[in-house]
Design a protein around this ligand. Structure first.
Ligand SMILES: [Zn+2]
Length: 158
């Protein structure tokens, strides 16, 4: 099938810099078999991702993350997954909702994008959340510590 040929070609190209396995499953759907393509990516920092591809690169993949505690979750920007006040602080700063406007949204996705771009965008968001958490913690502890120690912590965190 022509569609799968293109999809396979893009998988080889888009994941060429990471360690990945490509799994094709046949699932029965209304008396016919359909192919489901899953790409599993292992990054050196022990993070694992699963990309469920359907009509890739014309449709964005659905991505699952397996964290270091071995729990598997859908990659999403749902506010309930993050500290609430920090999620809303970022929402105010950006003046738009990240869960309604990110690279996985059909309106933003284009065949020129790479599935791994979704991971970079997500990592950037998580780093931003972490920075906000650190800033808040620092604000709480710095009045209790000498200035030079606060300076060292700041240098380490940011
Ligand atoms: Zn939203």
């Amino acid at each position: 099938m022509k569609e799968n040929y293109l999809q396979n070609k893009r998988i080889k190209y888009d994941f060429k810099n990471v360690h990945y396995t490509h799994i094709v499953e046949n699932i029965e759907c209304q008396d016919s078999l359909i192919e489901r393509h899953i790409v599993k990516v292992n990054l050196p920092n022990n993070r694992n991702y699963e990309f469920f591809l359907n009509n890739y690169p014309f449709s964005p993949p659905i991505v699952y993350i397996t964290n270091k505690f071995n729990s598997r979750e859908l990659l999403s920007y749902c506010p309930s997954k993050f500290p609430r006040h920090i999620w809303y602080k970022i929402f105010e700063d950006r003046k738009e909702c990240i869960c309604c406007n990110n690279k996985m949204c059909k309106a933003n996705w284009s065949p020129a994008m790479n599935a791994m771009d979704i991971i970079s965008e997500y990592d950037n968001f998580c780093n931003l959340v972490r920075d906000h958490i650190n800033k808040r913690l620092l604000m709480e502890i710095s009045p209790k510590l000498p200035d030079d120690i606060v300076g060292v912590i700041k240098e380490y965190l940011f």
